[in-house]
Design a protein around this ligand. Structure first.
Ligand SMILES: [Zn+2]
Length: 252
């Protein structure tokens, strides 16, 4: 087993527990179950929906400091979804850490990469290599990812003392991003989520979306994770939570 594989396997052991963010929905969005979209009189009607593209940033892609296997492959999938389908809103989450962020091994006495350290606030934290540091190339979106002026970017992980895997909450749920509020303001009931890494930030974002009451669809072919086993476990968790697993060709 290569060093990287060994580290990933170790990471997998560290991420088999339930996501640590377990927010209580403040006021769950009333949603209707309706899938697939109802066909009526030759027209397909659908509920207000948003596409959430999670962390498709240079540091998670090829040659990035925390590259995820085959991550670049999600870019054409998202571009194609955008070309063939219409969403009421499109959001992109962006991991955006200060240089002194607590998730970096370099800021924790060079703790071994992918080991777990208990933070001051009591939350377990995986030790990552420096990644997605504010105002660096690594924190920018993949250059081939299509982004429109109407898209909105949700930055996360800016508090140096706590990580944010989910696009909705910090890992100890102490603070939230503006994503939930924006979705509700726009009357969104259905969210379609994919990106990088499947078993970390995509998983946490999907689980929180579901807990908050959104009809949640995980786009499998628009996502890549740290390893096959981790991906499998993440998808199982999503299924158990009632998240619908789809491929992009099922999006009308
Ligand atoms: Zn991060």
């Amino acid at each position: 087993m290569s060093k990287v594989s060994a580290l990933r396997a170790r990471f997998a052991q560290n991420t088999t527990s339930e996501p640590v963010s377990s927010p209580k929905p403040s006021s769950p969005t009333p949603v209707k179950k309706r899938w697939p979209p109802v066909q009526s009189g030759g027209f397909k009607r659908r509920l207000p929906r948003a596409l959430i593209i999670v962390d498709v940033q240079n540091d998670f892609c090829a040659n990035g400091s925390l590259s995820v296997p085959d991550a670049d492959a999600v870019v054409p999938v998202f571009n194609n979804i955008r070309k063939k389908s219409t969403f009421d809103k499109i959001y992109l989450t962006r991991d955006y850490h200060p240089a002194n962020h607590t998730s970096f091994a370099s800021n924790n006495d060079d703790a071994p990469l992918f080991s777990v350290v208990k933070l001051e606030c009591g939350t377990d934290q995986v030790m990552w290599p420096n990644h997605c540091v504010q105002d660096t190339k690594g924190s920018e979106f993949h250059p081939d990812l299509i982004i429109e002026s109407t898209d909105e970017v949700i930055k996360k992980g800016m508090n140096p003392k706590i990580d944010s895997y989910s696009g909705f909450f910090d890992n100890n749920s102490s603070e939230k991003t503006e994503l939930e509020q924006k979705l509700k303001e726009n009357g969104i009931t259905d969210v379609y989520i994919g990106g990088i890494a499947l078993d970390v930030c995509v998983l946490f974002t999907c689980m929180d979306a579901k807990k908050l009451g959104f009809n949640t669809f995980f786009i499998q072919d628009a996502s890549r994770g740290l390893g096959e086993e981790q991906n499998k476990q993440a998808i199982e968790k999503m299924k158990k939570a009632g998240i619908v697993i789809i491929n992009s060709n099922q999006i009308n």
